[in-house]
Write a protein that binds this ligand. Sequence first.
Ligand code: GDP
Length: 367
Amino acid sequence: DHEKEICIGCGVAIQTDEPGELGYAPASSLEKEQIICQRCFRLKHYNEVQDVSLTDDDFLKILNQIGTTDALIVKIVDIFDFNGSWIPGMHRFAGKNKILLVGNKVDLLPKSVKQQKLINWMKHESRDLGLQAEDVFLISAAKGKFIRETAAAIDSHRQGKDVFVVGCTNVGKSTFINRIIKEVAGGQDVITTSHFPGTTLDIIKIPLEDGRSLIDTPGIINHHQMAHYVGKQDLKVITPKKEIKPRVYQLNEAQTLFFGGLGRLDYLSGGRRSFICHFSNELDIHRTKTENADALYERQAGEILTPPKKEELKSFPELVKQEFTIKEAKTDIVFSGLGWVTVNEPGAKVAAYVPRGVQTILRKSLI
Ligand code: GDP
């Protein structure tokens, strides 16, 4: 009975079914005398953390725990999917602790975007979402941009305390921590783990010079993210790998844009105007008359309008519609986890469609 096996690194119960979930080890490892979970294995041999995802319930326990600890909190969001990767209520969980907000994947945004403008935008949005961040940083963990500066700021803000790093899955938290490990720990053995009281969960601590730790917390799944509705290959298409090139469409009323088969925008009223589309360069955008749009989707979903793929259509949620009136100049219509469309002038009426479960929202334009 292997269900009772525990990892010698962190003490978590071993499971062999769900790679990427807590306690995973390949089935072959069960034959060994000492079993180590994949997360600890990577940490031990490569000094690399790997994200594991958690149920909401366990995650809440961890957040509550953080609030009762005297520490600095570093919250990471994906700047390409700001709202989709936001952890709601973080300010309540933080208690008295200070929060630094780090926007990752800045390399994906067009080069024309001014760094400082974007930081101001993040401050404004996070205040609207109820978070009073002590400071805001923009980084690219993958490209190693502004890591040093951010690490230095973390060090000065923590004032001798522990640091908790939190974020949704896929924001690049592991990539960021792995960069930090290389900066602060060098070749040191970083595998020190301990349990979160009240949970069966292990945390990974990266030792800091003064005996304190940088603590990696498991990522939480945001259920509104597009990533949960598409297959692995489709995820590659919709996840931008490099700087996104804005695509501009001049639309007349009663015209429709399809973003693959994952999103749709109907232009209802407001006169001829431009719509600036910010999506992965690999995602095809298709324009049609709104009166033909339903029939086109019926015929071409999984073909011209892809992703999703034909074979995925059966299990794919239907596209549901939400109508918006653009009241402010420079507004983004956000298709959570997919991208956004910027409208520069107020007065447009649109209908935005995404798979049931995914969110569409309006926000002040990011660019
Ligand atoms: P975690 O789930 O938060 O630990 O995220 P990971 O570190 O595993 O990264 C999730 C995905 O985002 C991976 O495909 C990374 O390659 C990618 N990623 C991480 N950091 C960056 C970044 O700075 N820029 C870009 N473009 N991609 C990144």
